[in-house]
Write a protein that binds this ligand. Structure first.
Ligand code: ADP
Ligand code: MG
Length: 338
């Protein structure tokens, strides 16, 4: 439904042209959840504003069913696409319900009066995002996360065919972010909408997106299933400059750590899994089973409470938390380094 042809995005100021990204050719299908990912300043917001018709492209076109979005009138455009940006809204004196009601404007008559059907759509949208308890409250009194939900409800009430959401999960805590991604995915599937969302949440995007648009800084946008982009190494290289390593095996980013030593990890289940995370954070490799057995062994003992033992060099230390385990590892490996 949405086609991007030979698009160059960027800014024109005082006759000077700054290109943010170019050579973008893409399409967005109905029922698809697409996550736009890229480092800060790569041009995600610029691309979204351009796709939404809020900013002129430097070159190329954005077509919705063959019509250029930049040629559509505001009302016409609002029927097709809803945009949610993180920018603060000047709507503090409205109740959440009234703000969501504004989403109906492309569908109401010129008087702007909401019909019974409009009220029903508004109610529905509020329920969908789980904002029933916010409906009567003033938008100005809401937390960032709450306001974000109301803005999403407003976009839903607009009943667009396509939704563009820029960094809307940034202010939300993890459970809410997971919930919002689920909601968006379900919406895409159940209502056949195309949803484009930019997010910092790489892990969540990798798990939830049907497709990822990956925009590296100064590079070329690449699109594919999240797994395609991991396999091709595109992911790793897009974020290579950010001081984090992408671990393609786990599909997660990790802060780069100096290797300080190697241990054998014994244990299973969640305790062993989170012990491995502590080791990784400390720059301690877990022995893979190949090569010589390391002299230090970390044992995660199941049970309640969970306990740990570190053995090696004739010393055994018992620990009751991963915090203490990390301290002990630092002590042991600092000693062997000298
Ligand atoms: P992202 O959303 O990926 O963090 P942006 O799209 O906000 O990136 O910014 C991309 C680039 O465009 C940045 O270098 C930024 O400084 C520049 N930029 C953003 N807004 C403007 C503007 N209004 N005028 C000129 N340059 C801008
Ligand atoms: Mg941005």
């Amino acid at each position: 439904m949405l086609t991007i042809e030979g698009l160059t995005i960027g800014y024109r100021t005082k006759g000077k042209q700054t290109v943010v990204a170019s050579g973008i050719d893409l399409s967005l299908q109905e029922g698809e959840l697409v996550c736009l990912l890229g480092p800060n300043g790569a041009g995600k917001s610029t691309l979204m504003r351009t796709v939404a018709g809020m900013q002129e492209p430097l070159e190329g076109r954005v077509l919705v069913d063959g019509d250029d979005v930049h040629d559509l009138g505001a009302r016409e455009r609002a029927k097709i696409l809803a945009v949610v940006l993180t920018e603060r809204v000047e709507a503090g004196l409205l109740t959440s319900r009234a703000l969501v009601g504004l989403g109906r404007y492309p569908h109401t008559s010129w008087s702007g009066k909401l019909s019974a059907k409009d009220h029903e759509v508004v109610r529905d949208a509020i329920v969908r995002v789980g904002a029933e308890d916010l409906a009567h409250r003033y938008v100005g009194d809401l937390s960032d996360g709450e306001r974000q939900k109301v803005m999403m409800a407003r976009a839903l009430a607009q009943e667009p065919r396509m939704m563009i959401l820029d960094e809307i999960t940034a202010f939300l805590d993890l459970p809410r972010r997971v919930e919002i991604m689920r909601l968006l995915r379900r919406l895409a599937r159940e209502t056949g909408r195309a949803i484009l969302i930019s997010t910092h949440d790489l892990d969540l995007a990798l798990r939830a997106a049907d497709r990822v648009w990956l925009l590296p800084k100064g590079g070329t946008l690449q699109a594919g299933a999240p797994e395609d982009l991991v396999l091709s190494g595109a992911f790793e290289s897009a974020f290579a400059s950010e001081g984090v390593d992408f671990d393609a095996t786990r599909g997660a980013f990790q802060v780069h750590r100096h290797f300080v030593g190697e241990v054998e990890l014994v244990g299973d289940g969640l305790p062993a899994q989170w012990t491995a995370r502590t080791l990784e954070r400390e720059g301690v490799h877990v022995w893979s089973g190949a090569g010589p057995v390391p002299s230090t062994r970390v044992i995660a003992e199941g049970g309640d409470p969970v306990g740990w033992r570190i053995t090696g060099d004739g010393q055994e230390t018992r620990l009751s938390s991963l915090y203490d385990l990390a301290l002990e590892l630092r002590r042991r490996f600092a000693a062997t380094d000298l």
